[in-house]
Design a protein around this ligand. Structure first.
Ligand SMILES: C[S@@+](CC[C@H](N)C(=O)[O-])C[C@H]1O[C@@H](n2cnc3c(N)ncnc32)[C@H](O)[C@@H]1O
Length: 213
């Protein structure tokens, strides 16, 4: 049992707002100045600036900054934390107008379209109940274009057991891809060692998936 685990949209918003308020956008453990793996995968997958991208649980991530700079014109960032989205908007300045910001809880949201790329770095691993993972996959199924791609990054099997005071599920690439079967099939996987702002190494598993044919 995880008694203090936020399980409603309002409590999740409160939890994550407090985390961003307390640590600041570049003090959180998942901060990265350059989203290296994301940019490499976009290149490898051939998903260029003319394609649509959603950063699911993007928070205050610099993915938006980099994609705007590269000319991506159909970019959406969804997050339950208004504090995180406001931090990102402030940082981007006038360029923030080139991004569609959705202040929503993913479990309280119905995608109104399918994106060419669904990008989730360090969100899915917070789903510790099977029902939550099933619900996520259902949302994902309506949020990805038929020929779209899904990028999901979680802590790997040797990564931390918690993040921001919440328990996480850790995955190897095969385990992670299996959660999305039979609706999605794996395209490729990567391992990354993320360096936190305090100098700790956090191993991540990245998988790329596509809707199963
Ligand atoms: C560990 S952070 C990762 C942020 C970002 N993806 C990155 O790599 O910098 C997890 C993010 O997921 C967001 N989040 C958690 N649960 C969510 C939910 N149910 N719906 C939408 N966003 C959520 C949090 O507000 C937070 O910004």
């Amino acid at each position: 049992m995880h008694l203090n685990r936020p399980t409603t949209p309002a409590s999740r918003a409160g939890h994550w707002d407090t985390v961003y308020d307390t640590k600041g956008e570049d003090g959180v453990s998942w901060f990265q100045a350059v989203p290296t793996v994301t940019l490499e995968l976009l290149e490898t997958l051939g998903i260029g600036p003319d394609r649509s991208v959603i950063d699911l649980g993007g928070g205050a991530s610099v993915v938006a900054d980099h994609l705007v700079e590269l000319g991506y014109g159909d970019l959406t960032v969804l997050d339950v934390s208004k504090v995180a989205l406001d931090d990102a908007k402030r940082r981007l300045g006038p360029a923030a107008d080139r991004v569609r910001w959705l202040h929503r809880d993913l479990f309280d949201w119905t995608p109104e379209r399918g994106w060419d790329l669904w990008h989730d770095r360090a969100v899915f691993h917070f789903l510790i109940d099977e029902e939550e993972r099933r619900d996520y996959v259902e949302v994902l199924r309506s949020g990805v274009a038929d020929d779209g791609r899904v990028v999901v990054a979680t802590f790997d099997a040797h990564g931390p057991t918690h993040c921001s005071g919440l328990p996480v599920v850790r995955y190897g690439a095969e385990d992670l891809a299996r959660v999305f079967a039979p609706h999605f099939e794996p395209v490729e996987a990567r391992a990354e060692e993320h360096l936190t702002p305090t100098g700790l190494v956090q191993p991540f598993t990245w998988v790329v998936l596509r809707p199963a044919s």
